[in-house]
Design a protein around this ligand. Structure first.
Ligand SMILES: Cc1cc2nc3c(=O)[nH]c(=O)nc-3n(C[C@H](O)[C@H](O)[C@H](O)COP(=O)(O)OP(=O)(O)OC[C@H]3O[C@@H](n4cnc5c(N)ncnc54)[C@H](O)[C@@H]3O)c2cc1C
Length: 760
C-alpha cells in the first residue's frame, strides 16, 4: 500500500530518453519516416499524441490514403509511392480489402512495433522544446496523460511530422500560414482572399443499416436549418466517411488555435446533416439506418508550412521541373478549397492536374533556420498552391521516408540536414532510398556493390509480345479506348491487327499518339491518324502507322469513340501493358479533358486512364513484329517499375517453369539478395471505404525459390504479396550460379520480375 502525507507539491514522474532521431507526430508521415530511419540503422523515438498511429488515415479520422495515382483518375501511370508506404498499403489490402479503418490501425501499429530500433510513445503530446543554441534543438518535453509521465527526449536530430509543426513553431523555425500572392512565386493559381487562403478541417461519420426502423433525436447543438448548407441537395443516404470530404469548415479561422471551435461547428454540421437525412422525409431508405460512428477530432488539412532552403511551387508541379536533389515525387492534383467550406456557394474543391508526376527536392524537407530539424508531412516547404498537391498522405509519407533516410545518413556522417545537399551526399541519399524501393522520377539506382551488375543473365524465356488474344468479352466503343505499348526510339511501330464488330457501315478513326514528355503518359502528340471504313459485321483491321519515336516511350493506339463499333478484350495481363479510356472521373475533377477557362498556369490536356480491376483488360490485338522489350537484363537496369519502358523481365506465357539464371566466372559470396516484384504500381490502394477486388496484386509472384550452382535449394518462399523481398543469409552462400524459379500465380498473367540485387 502507498500512503503519503499531505504536501504542497509533487513532481510529475519523469523519464528521460536519448535517441539518434526524435520524430514528433505519428501520422502516416511520422510513421513512415520513423520506420525508414530505424531500418537504416539508427535509434528512433516516435512520439504520437493519439492512441493510434496514422493521423488523418487512422480510425479516429478515417481518410483514405491517396497519392500520385489519384484514384487512377489522372494520367500518372504506375505512380503509387514505393518503400515503406507501399509495404503498408499492400499489407492493408492483403488483410483488409474491405477498408475497415480499425484494421488499418493494427497494420500501422504492428509495423512500428516490429521495429527494434523504434521506441513508440503513444498518447504522448510534445509541448515544449529546448535549444542548445539559437539554431539547434537539444530536446523536447512530452506528457502522456495515460501514465502521468513527463518525457524528456534528447537527440542530435529531430523530425517534425506533427501536422501543425509543434516543434518547428516552438523552436522558432520560419513558417507561413495562408496563401502567397501571385507575385511572390509567379503562381497564377494563387487564390484571392475572397476564395480563401487556408483549407478547413472536416469531421466524418459512418452509418449502418440495422434492418429495423431506428429513430434519431438530434442533440441540441445540431444544425436545424439544412439550407444553410448551399449544396445540401447533394446529400444522399448512401454517402459516408470521406465520400463527404466537403463537410469542411474553418478556413477563415486560425486552424491551429481555433481547432476546438471548428470541431464544434463541424459536429453541428454532421448531426444536422444526419437529422436532415433521418427526419426530413426525403430519404425513406434511411429509416433503418443509424449513426455508427462520428469523428471526435477533426481531420486537419492545413495550418503552418515551414520554410526550407527551397519552396516547391506551382510551376515545379505543372512544368514538372527537375531538381538535382529530387528524393520523392507527387502527382495528386493541385487541390484548393474555398475557405468557407461547407457554407460556400462555390464547388467544394478546385483541382488542376499536371501531365505527369513531379519531383520533390530534398531542400523542402528541413528547416532553413533550425540546423537539426527535418520537416515532414503537410508542413514541408511548399507554397500554399503547391501544398494543394503535396499534402495528400501518400505523397506526405513518401517525402517523410526521404527525411528518415536523410536523418540516418546525417547521424552516421555527423552532418546536419543542409550538409546533405552537397552533390556527393545527395547521390548517396538517392541511392539508399532507391534501394528501399523509393522510385525517384528521372533517376535510376547505381549500385557498384550489387553483384548482379557483373553477372551473366539469362532466362528460361523472354516474352516477345506478338498477341493479346481475343479471349475476353466484347465492349462497345462508347468512349475512346487506347492500348498502351512500349516502343524503343528509332524502332518502327509494328503493324497492329485488331478485330471490330460494326453494327452498321461506319468510319473508325484510329490515332497513334505519344506524350510530349517521353516519361509521361498523356497522349497529346498525334503521330499518325487513320480513318478506316468498316462494313457492318465482324472485321479485322490492319494498322500500319509507319512511324517511329525519338525517345523510348509508350505509344497509345487510340480508337476514337464510335457507338456502332465493338472491340474485344484480352484476358491476358502483362506487367507494364495497359489499356486506357478517355472517360470521366468526377471524384478527381476528371471530365475527360482538363480545360482551364482562364490562364491559371495549368495545361489543357485529355485524360486517358485505365479502368479499375476486375475490368481494365487489354484490347485484343496482334503485333507484328512482336515487342521484345521484356528482356532478362531489365532486372538490373536500376528502375523497378514501368516508366517509359516496362523495366521488367517477363517470361513467355507458355513458359511453365520461368527461371532466371545468374552466372559469374568466379565463386561469389552472397549474404543478401533483394527482389522486387510487380505489385501493380498503377493500382491505388485506398485504405478505407473503397473495396478492392483482390488481396494480392495479380502480377505479384507469390511462390518462388532459389538454387545454387549445385542445384541445392537455398531459399523458398510461399505466399508473397509484397513488392520487395529481402533474403538475408546468416551463413553466406558460396556459388557461381543462382537460379531463381518463379511460380505462375495465374494462367493468364505473365510471370515477371522487376529487380534482383545480390550483396556480399
Ligand atoms: C478532411 C480531409 C480530407 C482529406 N482528404 C485526403 C484524402 O482523401 N487522402 C489523402 O491522402 N489525404 C487527404 N487529406 C490530406 C491529408 O490527410 C493530410 O495532409 C495529411 O494527413 C498530412 O499528413 P501528416 O502526417 O503531415 O499529418 P497528420 O495526418 O495530421 O498526422 C500528424 C500527427 O501528429 C500528431 N500530433 C500533433 N501534435 C502533436 C504533438 N504535440 N505531439 C505528438 N503528436 C502530435 C497528430 O495527432 C497526428 O496524428 C485530407 C485532409 C483532410 C483534413
Amino acid at each position: 500500500m502507498i500512503k503519503q502525507d499531505a504536501t504542497d507539491h509533487r513532481q510529475l514522474h519523469i523519464e528521460s530518453y536519448q535517441a539518434d532521431l526524435v520524430v514528433v507526430g505519428g501520422g502516416l508521415s511520422g510513421t513512415c519516416c520513423a520506420i525508414t530511419a530505424a531500418r537504416a540503422g539508427i535509434q528512433v523515438i516516435l512520439v504520437q499524441d493519439r492512441p493510434v498511429l496514422g493521423g488523418n488515415s487512422s480510425s479516429e479520422v478515417r481518410l483514405w490514403v491517396l497519392g500520385a495515382t489519384s484514384h487512377m483518375g489522372n494520367n500518372n501511370r504506375w505512380a503509387r509511392e514505393g518503400g515503406v508506404i507501399d509495404e503498408i498499403l499492400l499489407e492493408n489490402t492483403y488483410r483488409n480489402p474491405e477498408g475497415n479503418p480499425v484494421i488499418f490501425d493494427t497494420v500501422l501499429l504492428e509495423k512500428v512495433m516490429l521495429e527494434p530500433n523504434i521506441r513508440l510513445l503513444l498518447n504522448t503530446a510534445v509541448f515544449d522544446v529546448t535549444k542548445s543554441n539559437a539554431q539547434t534543438i537539444s530536446s523536447v518535453k512530452a506528457f502522456c496523460s495515460q501514465n502521468g509521465t513527463l518525457y524528456e527526449l534528447s537527440a542530435p536530430l529531430f523530425c517534425d511530422a506533427s501536422g501543425d509543426g509543434v516543434v518547428a513553431f516552438g523552436v522558432g523555425a520560419a513558417f507561413r500560414m495562408g496563401a502567397e500572392s501571385t507575385t511572390e512565386f509567379g503562381e497564377k493559381f494563387a487564390p484571392s482572399t475572397e476564395y480563401g487562403e487556408l483549407l478547413g478541417h472536416s469531421i466524418y461519420f459512418y452509418t449502418k443499416d440495422t434492418g429495423k426502423s431506428v429513430r434519431f433525436v438530434p442533440p441540441a447543438y445540431a444544425l436545424q436549418d439544412i439550407t444553410q448548407i448551399p449544396r445540401y441537395r447533394r446529400f444522399t443516404a448512401k454517402e459516408q466517411g470521406c465520400q463527404l470530404w466537403w463537410l469542411e469548415y474553418g478556413g477563415r479561422l486560425d486552424t491551429v488555435h481555433d481547432t476546438e471551435a471548428i470541431k464544434w461547428e463541424l459536429w453541428k454540421v454532421v448531426y444536422g446533416v444526419w437529422h436532415y437525412i433521418k427526419n426530413s422525409g426525403n430519404f425513406p431508405e434511411a429509416d433503418t439506418m443509424t449513426l455508427e460512428w462520428v469523428g471526435t477530432i477533426p481531420g486537419k488539412r492545413e495550418s503552418r508550412r515551414f520554410e526550407g532552403d527551397y519552396m516547391i511551387c506551382q510551376q515545379d508541379i505543372v512544368e514538372q521541373r527537375t531538381h538535382y536533389d529530387a528524393v520523392a515525387f507527387g502527382g495528386w492534383s493541385i487541390d484548393l478549397h474555398p475557405a468557407d467550406g461547407v457554407f460556400s456557394e462555390k464547388p467544394g474543391c478546385n483541382q488542376w492536374h499536371s501531365k505527369g508526376i513531379y519531383q520533390i527536392p530534398y531542400r523542402c524537407l528541413y528547416s532553413r533556420n533550425i540546423t537539426n530539424l527535418f520537416i515532414a508531412g503537410r508542413i514541408i516547404s511548399a507554397t500554399h498552391v503547391a501544398f494543394g498537391s503535396t499534402r495528400v498522405m501518400g505523397t506526405s509519407a513518401y517525402g517523410a521516408q526521404a527525411a528518415g533516410m536523410a536523418a540516418a545518413l546525417c547521424y552516421k556522417g555527423q552532418l546536419v540536414p543542409r550538409q546533405l545537399t552537397e552533390i556527393d551526399h545527395i547521390k548517396v541519399l538517392q541511392n539508399e532510398l532507391q534501394k528501399t524501393g523509393q522510385y525517384i522520377p528521372g533517376f535510376k539506382l547505381v549500385d557498384p556493390a550489387d553483384l548482379v551488375q557483373n553477372a551473366q543473365i539469362s532466362a528460361s524465356s523472354e516474352l516477345v509480345l506478338t498477341e493479346l488474344p481475343t479471349n475476353g468479352e466484347w465492349f462497345a466503343l462508347q468512349d475512346s479506348a487506347a492500348q498502351l505499348l512500349p516502343l524503343r526510339s528509332g524502332t518502327p511501330m509494328p503493324e497492329i491487327v485488331t478485330w471490330v464488330h460494326a453494327s452498321a457501315d461506319t468510319e473508325l478513326v484510329v490515332e497513334l499518339r505519344c506524350s510530349g514528355n517521353a516519361t509521361n503518359h498523356t497522349p497529346e502528340v498525334i503521330l499518325s491518324r487513320q480513318s478506316i471504313y468498316i462494313q457492318s459485321g465482324r472485321r479485322s483491321i490492319h494498322l500500319n502507322f509507319n512511324v517511329s519515336v525519338e525517345e523510348d516511350t509508350y505509344v497509345f493506339i487510340c480508337f476514337l469513340k464510335n457507338s456502332l463499333i465493338e472491340m474485344c478484350y484480352s484476358n491476358v495481363r502483362i506487367s507494364g501493358i495497359l489499356s486506357a479510356f478517355n472517360k470521366t472521373n468526377p471524384a478527381v475533377s476528371n471530365y475527360g479533358k482538363q480545360q482551364p477557362v482562364e490562364d491559371l498556369g495549368v495545361d489543357a490536356f485529355e485524360f486517358w486512364c485505365p479502368d479499375r480491376r476486375p475490368n481494365g483488360k487489354n484490347i485484343a490485338m496482334q503485333i507484328n513484329p512482336g515487342i521484345a522489350l521484356f528482356k532478362a537484363d531489365n532486372v538490373r537496369n536500376g528502375i523497378a517499375r514501368p516508366t517509359n519502358q516496362p523495366n521488367a523481365w517477363i517470361a513467355d506465357l507458355t513458359d511453365e517453369k520461368p527461371t532466371l539464371l545468374l552466372e559469374w566466372p568466379d565463386i561469389q559470396t552472397i549474404r543478401k539478395i533483394e527482389l522486387s516484384f510487380d505489385t501493380d504500381f498503377d493500382h491505388p490502394l485506398e485504405t478505407v471505404l473503397m473495396q478492392h477486388p483482390e488481396t494480392i496484386m495479380p502480377f505479384c509472384i507469390q511462390d518462388f525459390s532459389l538454387c545454387n550452382d549445385r542445384n541445392e535449394r537455398i531459399y523458398e518462399k510461399q505466399g508473397n504479396y509484397q513488392t520487395r523481398h529481402t533474403i538475408q543469409f546468416y551463413t553466406p552462400i558460396y556459388t557461381r550460379q543462382l537460379k531463381l524459379h518463379l511460380q505462375k500465380s495465374h494462367q493468364t498473367v505473365a510471370v515477371s520480375l522487376m529487380e534482383i540485387r545480390c550483396y556480399q
